[in-house]
Design a protein around this ligand. Structure first.
Ligand SMILES: C[S@@+](CC[C@H](N)C(=O)[O-])C[C@H]1O[C@@H](n2cnc3c(N)ncnc32)[C@H](O)[C@@H]1O
Length: 280
């Protein structure tokens, strides 16, 4: 539950009123364009779309400030803020990578288990279109409520569960673990990876994303162990899987690690069915 002072709530209410007023004026200007035969309809269409992008960005700026400047800060991110505000304002694109790289590991139409799904943005938009079904777990009831309300899909079941003890004892074709392995101690990671390996039953693939530790301190208070290098993450996963691949991307704002782990083929292996290579 957010602890918001009356002053802060009044500030936000004032900002929202200003935003609504500014955009009502912008909508009025577009309506005036429609009344002028000299203005081509293409111009009104382009201005309408541009106005809606600005409106969405400004609304998500309010949401960003509400989520992150009023305590307690959440353990998960509302990725609508990435798509409507930070992509446009900061040209941040790293947040899309986990979804894109994660999809490469999914068996088409398979049974997917997602650990620590947070807001469910990746579940719905990246993974659900490729999966037969997804069971998506998170222990934060607020995250699950948000996911069910804003990122529902017919083939997704969002469940409240603590993955240290409540991973279903079932078989899955894929397990996804994005932006969350760092929220666990090395001992907890070990226990969870053991369970994941038995869920995949020697056949499926685990994929995921984590962030590289900074010299200046933890990225988030709730992080228990941030990996310092690709090698450290490979070693952690290799204890439980025969084949492991870790790669990095270095963005201006963030150093990212992506991983695939399986007892069988991994994306971009020579015998992966979705790649053809020739070399001299
Ligand atoms: C940074 S968020 C990542 C969410 C999402 N996977 C993404 O990529 O945006 C980390 C998530 O891990 C969840 N989490 C942390 N510890 C957990 C646990 N023991 N069991 C289940 N979920 C947990 C948090 O509630 C949070 O939603």
């Amino acid at each position: 539950m957010k602890r918001i002072s009356e002053d802060k709530a009044a500030d936000l209410a004032r900002d929202i009123r200003t935003l609504l007023k500014v955009h009502a004026e912008a909508m009025g200007r577009i309506e005036e364009m429609l009344d002028k035969p000299s203005v081509p309809i293409a111009e009104a269409v382009a201005e309408l779309a541009a106005m809606s992008r600005g409106f969405a960005a400004n609304c998500h700026d309010v949401k960003f400030r509400y989520d992150w400047s009023i305590p307690p800060a959440p353990e998960w991110f509302d990725h609508f803020i990435d798509s409507y505000l930070l992509l446009r304002r900061d040209r941040n694109t790293f947040w899309m990578e986990r979804g894109v790289y994660g999809v490469l590991a999914l068996s088409r139409g398979g049974r997917v288990l997602e650990l620590c799904c947070g807001d469910g943005y990746y579940t719905r938009n990246f993974y659900a279109p490729f999966a037969g079904s997804i069971v998506a777990l998170d222990f934060d009831p607020d995250a699950i409520a948000h996911a069910r309300r804003y990122n529902a899909a017919p083939n997704v079941e969002f469940r409240n569960a603590d993955i240290r003890k409540d991973i279903p004892k079932e078989t899955f074709d894929n397990v996804v673990w994005d932006a969350a392995i760092e929220h666990f101690t090395p001992d907890e990671m070990d226990g969870i990876l053991k369970t994941v390996s038995s869920c995949l039953d020697g056949k499926g693939c685990l994929s995921g994303y984590t962030i590289v530790a900074m010299d200046s301190g933890k990225h988030l208070d709730q992080h228990e162990h941030e990996f310092t290098s690709m090698g450290e993450l490979v070693d952690c996963l290799f204890t439980h899987f025969r084949n492991v691949k870790v790669f990095e991307t270095v963005h201006p704002a963030r150093h990212n690690l992506y991983f695939y782990a399986s007892d069988t083929v991994l994306p971009f292996d020579g015998h992966w069915p979705h790649v053809v290579e020739k070399r001299r």
